[in-house]
Design a binder for this molecule. Structure first.
Ligand SMILES: [Zn+2]
Length: 300
C-alpha cells in the first residue's frame, strides 16, 4: 500500500514579497517528494474540497469563521494571525482543514495518510494566531468524533511551539487528548494546559529530546486512541530560524519514526500534518519536511 498524500495547489496563497511566512514551501515540498520517488511527476495526490463554515464552526466561534469566509477580519484579528486578510488566504484555511480531515479519513481506511499542509495549532476557540487561521487538526478530530467514526483521538504535537489552540479547544473533553512537546521559552508566551505538556529547555539536542518523546508516548499509552493526529513540524531543527531546539535531520527522522511506529505497534491509524518549519532556504526546508513522508512511506 502506498502512502496516501493529500495536497491542493491552493495551499500556496500569494503573499507580498519578503513576507516572513515561508508560503513557497508547499511547491518545494511537492518537488522534493517527486525527487524521492514518493510522488509521480504529475498527480499522485488526493485533493480536498473546501469545508463548509458550519463544519469549521464546530471548534471555532461561528462569527469568526464567517469573518474569515467573508474576508472581513478585524485589523487586530489579522495582526494576531500574521497573514493578510485576502480571499486566497481564506480559501487556503478552508482547504487545509479539509485536507487534514481527508487525510484522517484516508488514515482510517489505509492505516495512515499525510496532509501536505495543516498543523495550525495556535488557532483557538475564538480566533487565529501565529500564522494559524483554523485549527485543522481540531476540526478533523471533532468531525470524526461527532460522526461516531472514532471514540477517542490523540493529538501528538511535536512542532516546536506549544499546541495552545488545540489544548484550549479540547480542554475538559475526555474524547480528545492533547500532547505537546515544545520549547518552553518559545511562542506562545502564555501557554495553555494540554493533557500532557513537555516544555523543553533551549538547545535541547537529539538524544535528550528522544528520551522525553519516549516518556511522553509512554504516558499516552493508557489513553488507547482510535486515531492519532501527528503534527510533525520541523521547527525543532537546530537551523530553524524560529525554533530554539537543536535537533539534527537524523533526530527529526528518529522522532517521526518513533511516533509512527508507536501507533503502528498499537494498530492506531495516523493522520500526519506538516506543521511549522522556517528556513530562508526553501530547498533545505522542503528536505526537512520530506522526512515525515519518507518515514511514513517506509511503514506503508
Ligand atoms: Zn511551530
Amino acid at each position: 500500500m502506498t502512502l496516501p498524500i493529500v495536497f491542493h495547489p491552493d495551499y500556496q496563497a500569494p503573499l507580498r514579497p519578503g513576507h516572513p511566512f515561508p508560503m513557497s514551501k508547499y511547491g518545494y515540498l511537492r518537488a522534493a517528494l517527486v525527487g524521492r520517488g514518493l510522488l509521480p511527476a504529475a498527480g499522485g495526490t488526493v485533493a480536498p474540497a473546501p469545508l463548509s463554515p458550519a463544519r469549521v464552526a464546530a471548534v471555532h466561534a461561528l462569527t469568526y469563521v464567517e469573518r474569515v469566509a467573508n474576508v472581513a477580519l478585524t485589523a487586530e484579528e489579522a495582526r494576531r494571525i500574521g497573514l493578510p486578510n485576502t480571499p486566497a488566504v481564506a480559501r487556503r484555511a478552508f482547504l487545509a482543514a479539509a485536507g487534514t480531515l481527508l487525510a484522517a479519513r484516508l488514515a482510517l481506511e489505509h492505516g495512515h495518510a499525510c496532509n501536505m499542509a495543516g498543523g495550525s495549532h495556535h488557532a483557538g476557540p475564538d480566533g487565529g494566531a501565529g500564522y494559524c487561521v483554523f485549527n485543522d487538526v481540531a476540526v478533523a478530530a471533532r468531525a470524526l468524533v461527532d460522526e461516531g467514526r472514532v471514540r477517542r483521538v490523540l493529538v501528538v504535537d511535536c512542532d516546536v511551539h506549544q499546541g495552545d489552540g488545540t489544548a484550549r479547544i479540547f480542554a475538559g473533553r475526555g474524547d480528545v487528548a492533547t500532547l505537546s512537546l515544545h520549547a518552553e521559552r518559545n511562542f506562545p508566551a502564555r501557554k495553555a494546559a494540554s493533557d500532557l505538556d513537555y516544555p523543553l529547555p533551549d538547545r535541547l539536542a537529539d538524544r535528550a529530546y528522544l528520551e522525553v518523546l519516549a516518556h511522553a508516548l509512554g504516558a499516552a499509552d493508557t489513553f488507547e486512541p482510535d486515531l492519532l493526529f501527528y503534527n510533525a513540524g520541523v521547527d525543532p531543527h537546530a537551523d530553524d530560524r524560529l525554533g530554539r531546539l537543536a535537533l539534527t535531520d537524523a533526530g527529526l527522522r528518529a522522532r517521526d519514526r518513533r511516533v509512527l511506529s508507536w501507533a503502528r505497534a498499537r494498530g492506531v491509524p495516523v493522520a500526519a500534518v506538516l506543521g511549522g518549519g522556517y528556513d530562508h532556504d526553501p530547498h533545505r526546508l522542503a528536505a526537512r519536511h520530506a522526512i515525515l513522508f519518507e518515514e511514513a512511506a517506509r511503514l506503508a
